[in-house]
Design a protein around this ligand. Sequence first.
Ligand code: HEC
Ligand code: HEC
Length: 342
Amino acid sequence: MYYFTNEKKGGYNVTKGGKVETKVRIGKQLPKGESQAEGWLGYGFHNLWEVEIMEDKKVKPLEKALSRRKFLCDAGKFAVGTAVGIGSIGLVGCSAKMAEQTKEKAKETVAATNTKVEFPPTPWPYKKLDPEVVRKAGFEAYKRDLHCMAGSFAAIIETLAKEVGYPYDAIPPVEQLAYYGAGGVMGWATLCGAANGSCMAINLILGKDHEKLGVAINELLGYYSTTPLPTANSNKFGDMGEQAQSVAGNPLCHVSVTNWCKASGKKSFSPERAERCAKLAGDIAAKAVELLNQIIVEGSFTPVYKAPEAITDCGSCHTKGGVLENSRGKMDCLTCHDDHRG
Ligand code: HEC
Ligand code: HEC
C-alpha cells in the first residue's frame, strides 16, 4: 500500500513504509469505469484521478504542465483510487511497479513541466454556445462526482475548451478550483453550487467589470430564485423520470433543497435529491450561457428578472442611504423576515 501525504508546497509525497518514493500532483478526475482502481473519498464517493509527477521546486500549484504525463493503473498504465482522509490518501489498486516507473518518469517530466503557461487577461474569448449542450454537460459533470459547483463550472468551461480551446483548455482541472462549492460550500448550504460555479465561469468570460458582472449575475440569481426547478428540459435527463419542481425564493442551497423536499416528499440526502441537483447544475449553467450569448454575441440584453418589492420597500430604511442602513442584499427579505409594520 502506498500513501499520499500532503505537503505544504502542494502535491503529495507518495510514501511506502514511511519512505518517500516520489512526488505527485492529483490531476483530472477520471470517468468511472476507466480503471478498476477505486478508493473512498471522505464525502462518500468513489473517485479516480490522474496522477501527475511533479517536483516541488519546478511545478507551482496553478501552473499547468504543457506536456503532462498521465498514468492509468490498469492496462499497463497508472491510475489511483483515492481515499482522502485528513492528511493522507490511501492508494489502492496500483501495482508496486508504480513507484519505480514514476521515479524514472519524474526525471523526464521535470524538464517538460518547467514551462509556465501564460494566461491572457480577462475577459476571455467567448463563442456562442448551445444552452442545451451545456445543460446536458452540467448534468453529466455532476455525475462525475464534481457535484454542483464544479459541475456547473465544468459545463461551461469544458464546453468552451472544446469550442474555443485556449485559455480554457489550459486551466487546472475544474475540481481543483471549484470543488469546495459542493452542498452550498461544503455542506453549509449557503449559495447554491450550481449558481456559484456558473458565476465563476461568468467571471472569466466577462472579466472584472463590476457593472457587467452585476447585471449578468443579478439576472442569473434572479432566475434561480424565481424559476420552478429542475426545468422541463433537464427533467428529461437521467433515469429517475420527471421530478417535482420547486421555487427557491432565493439562491441559498438550504432553501432550494428544503423547498424541493417539501414539493417532492423526498429526503434531503436521498439519491433523488442528488439527481435533482445534477439537473440544476445543468439548468443554471445553461441559463448562464443563454445570458452570455445575449450579452456578448447578440449584443442586446434586456433583464427579465424583477427584484421583489421588499428590496426597495424594506431597503428604503434598512439599506444604503436609509435611516438605519443596517442591512444589505438582494435576496427577498420576506423569505426570512416578517414585515414588522404589521
Ligand atoms: C420606515 C422605515 C422602515 C421600513 C420601511 C422597514 N423597517 Fe424594519 N425597522 C425599522 C425600524 C425603525 C426598526 C427598529 C430598529 C431598532 O429598534 O433598532 C426596524 C427593525 C427591523 C428588524 C429588527 C427586528 C424587528 O423585527 O424589530 C428587522 C428584521 C426589520 N426591521 C426588517 C424589515 C423588513 C423585512 C422590512 C420590509 C418588509 C422592513 N424592516 C421595513 C424601520 C423600517
Ligand atoms: C436568508 C435569510 C435572510 C434574508 C433573505 C434577509 N435576512 Fe435579514 N436577517 C437574517 C438573519 C438570520 C438575521 C439575524 C437575526 C438575529 O440574529 O436575530 C437578520 C438580521 C436583519 C436585521 C437586523 C435585525 C436586528 O435584530 O436588529 C435587519 C434590519 C434585517 N435583517 C433586514 C433585512 C432586509 C431589509 C432584508 C432584505 C433586503 C433581509 N434582512 C433579508 C436573515 C435574512
